[in-house]
Design a binder for this molecule. Structure first.
Ligand code: FAD
Length: 637
């Protein structure tokens, strides 16, 4: 590669990675994409090559290379398969907090396992209500003796099913918001830690992305990374380096698509000459080459700043934003140059076109990169222009406020009887019926079946329950898409059908975030599942934990009034659970001078005091925003 920023060692390393990618990845890249398959064997080979911890010192099993070499590695892998590129980029990203914030004991314990490639890493930040605004995380880590107990759900986590070491951020002091966040090393297999099925993605399909659930996961206190309250900083600083990785991934995608376009355009003859010799095509190629060169210089120079120990946050954002925008433009042009052939599955440019899109989204969308850069350029906004306050949702519930009445008292029969009694008290009439094939958006009630149903024969039970409950039948995505028990138009979730009407009975449904988004407007959610830790229980109005083969027949019997069901008249919308206004768990402080009440859930934006700041943490010089009285003139009640 002809660039004055690299030296011979860099180029020798590039050749080594390129040879590997051409020989071991290119022949299977299309298959990996079409089957959404993770290249396990190929990662074992990369581990044998010793590159899985390339930028970390040899004493921890790394290669002691610079960050520019890391960028070159991700670029070269992504040139052939961007899914392989991001798997590597995130694996290295997850080692970074251990290297920079870990104790010597943590580095000795975890880095060699990761740098050797024996264990893959994942970087666990994003949540349902905490995407671009990472400070709004809700996952908690409560201290209990020598442990922290993690509870919450993280979404969109790259490498999740293949990783064994997870760098996780959670709130150790929720009252302080991001200043109360801490980072932890969590290992696969710890009790209460579960990984959902991989999402079905548009691109980078050889990389797997999943939701993670933490249900009372006990993490030894020695596994905290950095100090308590330092977690947000640990994560944000790692992301600066990560953005160079995504810039390099984007660069590789663009380079791969560009090379295909050059070759194809010199080969494809129309009007008696190769299409490359039409100025419309050759100018496109010239523009593509220029854009790629700009990307390369940006990515490499950001990496070089980091290697030189200089500030590089803004340059990393520039590199990520520019290269990912360019990757999308270049892939679009490369596909156009291929004409109809480029639109066909199995063509490199078709895959690159889909793969490129994610690069403008993850590790901070390109809008957020502009927020980061403008922060460097113009500083913080003046107080009057700070963002409007957002409405807080109940933490941990993707379906909003729910009754969360998990029926635990008595026998299964008694629990079922209590459930039916409660539903009737809410206004449900079970003498009415509904065609089970009613389209989901029009159905007043739905019985939804999840993977917990087991064999397909068990659907018979669900059909009977749907009949007695006066409901249509729906399913989760895996039941329709992977198991194919029901047609695809019956799956409910963010990307499927939405259920916004009255009664939703989830049988054997674990409650992945994608699914919950499709039912958040349901009036009443009932959950039946044998896993007490399934997220659906945090999102339901009524729940019974237990074997569905035992519960469902009892429920069918309890709903059966012995008569054929009447046709439904226009069903009434049943009122949802009303949020209880909980008294604050903290004291309100009242100004002695003017009776102004300082409420820590609101903070004091005028004085730059963030929401969630306890009164005790207010700076000494803080004064009453109403009358200017000193802080020590406040009394608590
Ligand atoms: C395939 C994949 C892999 C991922 N891997 C990981 C991973 O390994 N670990 C991890 O923690 N996360 C991961 N993520 C999550 C990813 O980082 C987030 O999806 C991303 O940060 C955006 O968050 P969001 O999806 O919640 O979008 P939102 O934050 O809801 O944003 C939606 C839109 O609003 C725009 N927007 C939001 N705020 C502003 C603003 N202030 N100004 C202007 N525009 C704004 C955004 O730019 C975007 O266009 C992954 C995501 C995907 C899809």
């Amino acid at each position: 590669m002809n660039t004055y920023l690299t030296n011979e060692e860099h180029e020798a390393f590039r050749t080594k990675i390129r040879d590997f990618a051409e020989k071991e990845i290119r022949p299977i890249a299309s298959m990996l994409d079409q089957e959404a398959k993770f290249p396990t064997e190929q990662f074992k080979m990369l581990a044998e090559m010793g590159v899985m911890g390339a930028p970390w010192p040899k004493e921890y099993g790394g290669m002691g290379l610079d960050y520019l070499s890391f960028a070159i590695m991700v670029e070269e892998l992504s040139r052939v398969d961007a899914g392989v590129g991001v798997t590597m980029a995130v694996h290295i990203l997850s080692q970074s907090p251990i290297f920079f914030y870990g104790t010597e004991a943590q580095k000795q314990k975890y880095l060699p396992q990761m740098t050797s490639g024996k264990k893959i890493g994942a970087f666990v930040l994003t949540e349902q209500n905490s995407g671009s605004d990472a400070s709004k995380m809700e996952t908690t880590a409560d201290r209990d003796g020598d442990f922290y107990v993690l509870n919450g759900t993280k979404i969109f986590i790259t490498n999740a099913p293949h990783a064994e070491i997870y760098i996780v951020v959670a709130l150790t002091n929720p009252d302080l918001g991001p200043r109360g966040a801490s980072a932890f090393i969590v290992e696969k297999g710890w009790e209460g830690f579960s990984i959902a099925d991989p999402y079905d993605k548009m691109g980078i399909r050889s990389s797997h992305t999943c939701e993670l659930n933490f249900n009372n996961v006990r993490v030894p206190k020695e596994n905290m990374l950095g100090r308590e309250g330092e977690g947000f900083r640990v994560f944000m600083s790692a992301l600066d380096g990560g953005r160079i990785g995504i810039g390099a991934q984007s660069l590789g995608i663009a380079q791969g698509a560009y090379e295909e376009a050059v070759t194809y355009s010199k080969d494809r003859v129309q009007f008696g000459k190769p299409i490359a010799f039409n100025q419309a095509i050759s100018f496109k190629l010239a523009d593509m080459a220029t854009k790629i060169r700009c990307s390369r210089l940006l990515v490499y120079s950001a990496a070089m700043l980091r290697d030189a120990g200089k500030p590089y946050g803004m340059e990393a954002s520039m590199a990520k934003m520019h290269s990912s925008d360019i990757a999308n433009q270049v892939c679009n042009d490369a596909l156009q140059i291929h004409g109809g052939s480029g639109y066909m599955k199995g063509m490199h440019v078709e895959r690159a076109y889909r793969d490129a899109k994610i690069t403008t989204i993850y590790e901070g969308t390109n809008e957020i990169q502009r927020v980061v850069m403008s922060g460097f350029i113009v500083g913080k906004p003046p107080k009057e222009q700070s963002a409007a306050k957002t409405v807080k949702k109940a933490p941990g519930s993707a379906t909003g406020i729910r009754k969360q009445m998990i029926l635990t008292e008595g026998t299964i029969e008694e629990k079922v009887a209590k459930l039916v009694e409660s539903l009737k008290a809410d206004g449900y009439d079970f003498t009415t019926g509904l065609d089970p094939q009613t389209p989901i958006p029009q159905a007043d009630r739905v019985v939804c079946v999840g993977k917990g149903i087991g064999d397909k024969e068990n659907l018979e039970l669900i059909e009977k329950l749907a009949y007695q409950a006066g409901a249509a039948i729906g399913s989760t995505r895996p039941v329709a898409e992977s198991l194919r028990y029901l047609p695809i138009n019956r799956y409910i979730g963010m990307s499927g059908q939405k259920f916004t009407n009255n009664l939703y009975i989830a049988v054997g449904v674990s409650g992945a975030g994608q699914h919950l988004k499709g039912i958040k407007k349901a009036s009443t959610i009932v959950a039946i599942n044998n896993n007490a830790n399934a997220p659906i229980f945090k999102n339901c109005d009524y729940g019974i934990v237990g074997d569905l083969a035992e519960i469902v027949p009892l429920l069918i019997r309890a709903l059966d009034n012995g008569e054929p069901k009447r046709e439904v008249e226009q069903p009434k919308k049943i009122k949802r659970a009303v949020p209880k206004k909980l008294p604050p768990t903290y004291k309100i402080h009242v100004c002695n001078g003017c009776a102004y009440e300082y409420d820590q859930s609101l903070g004091d934006s005028e004085s730059d005091i963030m929401e969630g700041t306890p009164f005790a943490m207010l700076p000494y010089e803080w004064i009453c925003p109403e009358c200017g009285e000193d802080k020590n003139q406040f009394i608590s009640n």
